[in-house]
Design a binder for this molecule. Structure first.
Ligand SMILES: Nc1ncnc2c1ncn2[C@@H]1O[C@H](COP(=O)(O)OP(=O)(O)O)[C@@H](O)[C@H]1O
Ligand SMILES: [Mg+2]
Length: 161
């Protein structure tokens, strides 16, 4: 049976980063990931895990004002968006986002609702929320690539049935 949704509950920041790493591998470092959830839900922490899987060891600052931060790795490219301060989805056009999305890259998008109507559909939509202790992550596939990635992730992570 193919898997379209999985739920994970990382109990601390370290576990959150580990899931980001597994997600990057499961996606084979390409695709579009939406990160939904309030401020403090752990979106940027998850992005840090993704970037770590590709070899980025340092901190990850939220591109709150620049809206996007590109990263170049041997295995590929990652674009980390934070659209919290995006005024209008059309601004993504002026940002050069069309070319970025045309790249065979891994796209991480915090606050995708701000880009609704312009953003291409996601391969995986992640909804994060606060629980005690830690966070709940509900991951939903939006494409065949997303389904395959979640299948792999269900194996590599400790999925909650
Ligand atoms: N699974 C988790 N359990 C506990 N704390 C977490 C978890 N994931 C992230 N955090 C913490 O939550 C805080 C906010 O995380 P951040 O990734 O900046 O959220 P967001 O980008 O959604 O605003 C950070 O202090 C981070 O260490
Ligand atoms: Mg953030």
């Amino acid at each position: 049976m193919s898997k379209t949704t999985i739920t994970l509950e990382p109990g601390d920041e370290t576990a959150q980063v580990a899931i980001g790493c597994q997600l990057a591998e499961a996606l084979e470092y390409r695709g579009i990931v939406y990160l939904n959830g309030e401020l403090g839900a752990g979106k940027t922490t998850l992005a840090r895990g993704v970037l770590r899987a590709l070899g980025h060891d340092g901190a990850v600052k939220s591109p709150t004002y620049t809206l996007v931060e590109p990263y170049d790795f041997d295995r590929g490219r990652v674009y980390h968006f934070d659209l919290y301060r995006l005024g209008d989805p059309e601004e993504l056009e002026f940002l050069g986002a069309r070319d970025m999305f045309a790249d065979e890259a891994l796209m991480l998008v915090e606050w995708p609702v701000r880009g609704e109507g312009w953003l291409p559909a996601a391969d995986v939509v992640i909804t994060l929320s606060l629980i005690q202790p830690g966070r709940r992550l509900v991951l939903e596939a939006g494409s065949d690539h997303g389904v395959q990635a979640l299948q792999r992730l269900a194996v590599s992570s400790r999925e909650i049935p």
